[in-house]
Design a protein around this ligand. Structure first.
Ligand SMILES: NC(=O)c1ccc[n+]([C@@H]2O[C@H](COP(=O)([O-])OP(=O)(O)OC[C@H]3O[C@@H](n4cnc5c(N)ncnc54)[C@H](OP(=O)(O)O)[C@@H]3O)[C@@H](O)[C@H]2O)c1
Length: 324
């Protein structure tokens, strides 16, 4: 029997998940819950889900729901994770996992207490290419890795969720998390120094930011992310004997490894994807089957570490979010 999935919040990414569920055979597309019944019905109809609910609470009261996918703005995540866990549901919650590290610590502790799965839907961490990158970062293929650069940007500032501080808007938590994830896969998480600056918009959120990280190994990462416009999304890894480029740090398409003479040595391509979101669903199924409260590819400690990093960075700009 397949686990029955319910989507909480029928916005943009909920459609991508609906499509993923419909096109794969990983979980059963069971329910959609929205603040607006019509929107839930439409999404359920579009992707072949069985039930539609006009409130999140009604969906959580349905004993048939096994796993809830939270697809709302970040400021609501911690509260909704708690509601799901209290209702006895496993949870896959969109990134940014919460608004800060203290919320991340609290909800992961609750998941462990309840013995339920709580996974962050930071999709590239679950992809086969994430393993390729982690192994490459630990290898000596381009000699000692002493630095990397990564950027990510989309022209999305106009979207309500992204320019409103009350909804957790800004570039860092929405897009910056991806180049930071890329840096984490390659260089690890022993960050010793963080320098950053941001262009804050009229509404007080970071439209564009730059982050410089120094690691215990001495390596450095330079991150640029923005919701003001598109960027080339490239990651470049620098070693003493060569360098490597990664196409799209939001959804790793290739790893190209060059020697010091700029000659291509090796190219590893991303395997064919359905949407790319199938891997996080597969990881949830494996974890639920095995009774785990976290997924090994994106464990609780990782979610907390990433939130701690982003707390410090935001603190450098004085950007605060409401805690709901
Ligand atoms: N993994 C990825 O690739 C990816 C991509 C995009 C976004 N995300 C993440 O997914 C989450 C949602 O992003 P999105 O782009 O799907 O956002 P969106 O299109 O604005 O949809 C968010 C949904 O949240 C619900 N919601 C509940 N209370 C709300 C409120 N007060 N104001 C606005 N919406 C409210 C709404 O659903 P109902 O009205 O139907 O209840 C709304 O449709 C964010 O945390 C984001 O970082 C992830």
């Amino acid at each position: 029997m397949k686990y029955r999935l319910a989507i909480l919040g029928a916005g943009s990414i909920a459609h991508d998940m609906g499509e993923t569920v419909q096109k794969t055979d990983i979980v059963e597309g069971y329910a959609v819950a929205s603040r607006d019944l019509g929107r839930a019905e439409e999404l359920a109809r579009q992707y072949g889900f069985t039930k539609a609910y006009g409130s999140y609470e009604e969906m959580l009261a349905d004993p048939q729901v096994d796993l809830v996918y939270i697809a709302t703005p970040h400021v609501f995540h911690a509260r909704q994770i708690r509601q799901c866990l209290e209702a006895g549901k496993h949870v896959l919650c969109e990134k940014a996992f919460t608004i800060n590290a203290s919320q991340a610590r609290a909800v992961t502790a609750l998941a462990r207490e309840k013995g339920l799965l709580l996974a962050e839907a930071i999709w590239p961490r679950y992809m086969p290419m994430a393993r390729v990158l982690r192994d490459f970062g630990a290898s000596d293929q381009i000699g000692r890795i002493y630095g990397l650069t990564a950027n990510l940007g989309y022209p999305v500032y106009h979207r309500e969720r992204l320019h409103q501080r009350e909804l957790g808007g800004g570039a860092l938590l929405d897009v910056g998390i991806y180049p930071l994830t890329f840096a984490s896969l390659i260089l690890g998480d022993e960050v010793t120094k963080i320098r950053s600056q941001a262009d804050l918009s009229d509404t007080g959120v970071d439209r564009t930011n730059q982050i410089l990280l120094t690691y215990a190994s001495g390596a450095r990462a330079s991150i640029f992310d923005t919701i003001a416009g598109p960027t080339d999304r490239e990651g470049v890894i620098y070693g003493e004997k060569g360098y490597a480029t990664v196409g799209n740090v939001n959804n790793y398409q290739y790893l190209r490894i060059y020697d010091a003479a700029h000659k291509l040595q090796e190219e590893i391509l991303c395997p064919p994807q359905v949407t790319g979101y199938e891997y996080e669903l597969q990881a949830c199924v494996e974890a639920m089957d095995k009774g785990w409260t976290e997924c090994p590819d994106a464990p609780h400690a990782m979610s907390i570490t990433m939130m701690e990093l982003m707390d410090i960075i935001r603190g450098q700009w004085g950007l605060e979010y409401p805690e709901l």
